[in-house]
Ligand binder design. Sequence first.
Ligand code: HEM
Length: 172
Amino acid sequence: MAAPVVRDAIHSAGPAPWRLRLTFGLDLTLLISICALQTVRFTGLILHEWLGLAMVGLVLAHLLLAWSWIATQSRRFLTLQPIRARVNYLLNLCLFGAVTAVIFSGVLISQKAIPALTGRNPAHEMDLRWDGLHNQFSAIVLLLAGFHLAINWEWALAAAQTIFRRFLDRPR
Ligand code: HEM
């Protein structure tokens, strides 16, 4: 079911509210960034690391915009809840854990951004254990982000239709 903010926007004739546009734009940026981070060759290592660090801000903003959902669902989790709501909550929790883990491991193997920020020389040899974990956490993030998108697909579709309605409704 679409969230109230999307439902209200769909039934109003005016432009999409700024909060909906902000949330949708942020989510799209997060999705594209996660895909772009999957191979270092696509961006180069410097951009990979800075984009990876920028994910901290993007994820925090995403959580802030979803805060009322997070607070409500956290309170309700221990009460009688439909299975879908529980699965969704646990999925989001795992996704948050996996994103934290991939950024943390990235910081530990950093060759460019962290040395530039701290003024220290990069390690001569990368810690292969953390490097391997970084890759594995990244694969988990990709998988869980796919499930996250699938479970919120109706919201994403309704938001896109609302935001791009002006272009879609234009007479040809
Ligand atoms: C959500 C955030 C991130 C994701 C999804 C991600 C994902 C990945 C993936 C999939 C690889 C392997 C790519 C390949 O083999 O071509 C990789 C490599 C790497 N990442 Fe990240 N990364 C993230 C954040 C970071 C951050 C914040 C840093 C450091 C500040 C970082 C540093 C590195 C380094 C140094 C490598 C190269 C490892 C090597 O040469 O074996 N990453 N990352």
